[in-house]
Design a protein around this ligand. Structure first.
Ligand SMILES: *Cc1c(COP(=O)(O)O)cnc(C)c1O
Length: 451
């Protein structure tokens, strides 16, 4: 039982109250430490945002030094040196490719949801203010997408569990099929095989872009991997094809790199794995090394220029948050980025990914594991009652949750997506920790799936 008044996010509070979740009080490197002194390996990088571990001396020091200068001042009508510098650094590291418009402008906000919502609103307003104005009021989204929990970003989400309830509040969207929906590749919709489904999804996207020509304000997607929807991993070339379809139909592409950015795929940006430059790039989670809530929406001169004009023309982007570009957060982000480059985190992520693949190889013939799916450090382990024929566990058994409890007992923090167990180590985690991560996860799976 808990006597705390705290209402936890995405948490069934009735069950949680019975559960004795650890109370985290400290951390050390890649371990979290609870009030009783028990240590846990942080196997999901504190919900996918931690980059270099906890209590990183360089980041701690940068925040302390910033505290001696200023913790926060507004970006409404004033500049701030660390915010300017972070914007410059983000433009420097943004994905770029010959013959595409570079990402040259940076709008700060506070979370993954806000940086995506900023992209949506900017795209909407852009069409009204561009040289030949248009009223475009529809967003294309992927089925099973997740972009955050504000009403705006929930509108472009596609996880029925989270999003159906609020449907009446949403703005206008049309869903394109995910190329790799839940169950892919072992439980496919009628009439499809593993190759035909992604091809059909692209053909449908082309068709919908044509059908709604002149109405689509933007297409928003998580590049390469749809995270909260179940770590749905797109086939190679899919993102590239979406970029080409957006260009063909003159629809801006919003890439939500909130989860996949900062090295998770083995490249800094998922877009870089397919040489794609979006019209909007959204980044949050890993931006400050997982320390503080800072997010950014990057875009091109073309979009930005549509917002220029005399103040009385009201072409301004009327959006902002009190803590936009918070100085402590920007200082943390600059220190994190410096360490990220010095340590070559993408290279570490690739080595860590390989080690995880090797250590999880024994699951290939586990009777209750349908598949181990991986992209970079993002690892999904699908737990099932039976592999062939494919038979899920009953949802009320909460098998994924049981695995998480079993892992916790063994000193490993994980979090499931339904009955998919997710390993999402920090990209800076030493490769040597892959043994402990994977061995504990396998032991937890054995415990949770036993009859
Ligand atoms: C986590 C996440 C978000 C939302 O980020 P918050 O900081 O929780 O608002 C948005 N998009 C994706 C892809 C995410 O994984």
């Amino acid at each position: 039982m808990t006597d705390s008044p705290l209402w936890h996010p995405f948490t069934p509070m009735q069950a949680f109250a019975e559960e004795r979740a650890p109370v985290i009080a400290a951390a050390d490197g890649f371990e979290l430490i609870d009030v009783a002194g028990k240590r846990y390996l942080d196997g999901v990088s504190s919900l996918w945002c931690n980059v270099h571990g906890h209590r990183v001396p360089e980041i701690d020091e940068a925040i302390r030094a910033q505290l001696d200068r200023v913790a926060h001042s507004t970006l409404l009508g004033l500049r701030c040196d660390v915010a300017d510098e972070l914007a410059r650094q983000l433009v420097r590291i943004a994905p770029a490719a010959a013959g595409t418009e570079p990402l040259t402008k940076v709008f700060f906000s506070d979370s993954g949801a806000t940086c995506v919502e900023v992209g949506l609103k900017m795209a909407f307003q852009y069409h009204r203010q561009k040289a030949t104005p248009e009223r475009r009021d529809l967003f294309l989204k992927l089925s099973h997408a997740y972009h955050g929990d504000t009403v705006g970003t929930a509108s472009v989400g596609g996880i029925s569990l989270f999003h159906t309830l609020y449907g009446e509040l949403f703005y206008k969207t049309a869903a394109i099929p995910s190329p790799t929906p839940p169950g892919y590749p072992y439980a496919l919709p009628e009439g499809h095989d593993a190759d035909s489904l992604p091809r059909w999804a692209l053909a449908e996207t082309d068709r919908l872009l044509g059908e709604h020509a002149g109405r689509v304000a933007a297409l928003v997607m998580e590049p390469r991997v749809q995270g909260a929807g179940g770590l749905l991993m797109h086939p190679a070339g899919y993102l590239r094809s979406i970029r080409e379809l957006c260009t063909k139909h003159d629809v801006p592409l919003i890439a939500d790199e909130v989860a996949v950015g900062f090295g998770k795929t083995g490249e800094t940006w998922a877009c870089q794995t397919e040489d794609v430059v979006p019209d909007f790039l959204c980044t949050a989670k890993g931006l400050t090394g997982g320390y503080l809530p800072v997010a950014a929406t990057l875009t091109t001169d073309r979009i930005y220029d549509a917002f220029l004009g005399e103040p009385h023309e009201l072409r301004t982007f009327f959006h902002g948050h009190t803590f936009t570009g918070n100085a402590l957060g920007c200082a943390a982000a600059l220190a994190s980025l410096k360490k990220y480059e010095a340590d070559d985190c993408p290279a570490n992520a690739r080595a860590l990914s390989e080690a995880i693949g090797e250590r999880l190889a024994p699951l290939a013939d586990h009777p209750h594991v349908a598949a181990v799916r991986r992209c970079g450090v993002m690892t999904a382990i699908d737990l099932v009652a039976e592999r062939v024929p494919h038979r899920p566990f009953p949802p009320e058994r909460r098998t994924g949750h049981r695995a998480v409890l079993a892992a916790r007992e063994r000193g490993l923090i994980l979090r499931p997506l339904g009955d998919t167990l997710v390993l999402m180590p920090a990209v800076g985690m030493p490769v040597g920790l892959a043994d402990r991560l994977c061995e504990t996860a396998i032991a937890a799976i054995d415990a949770a799936t036993a009859a």
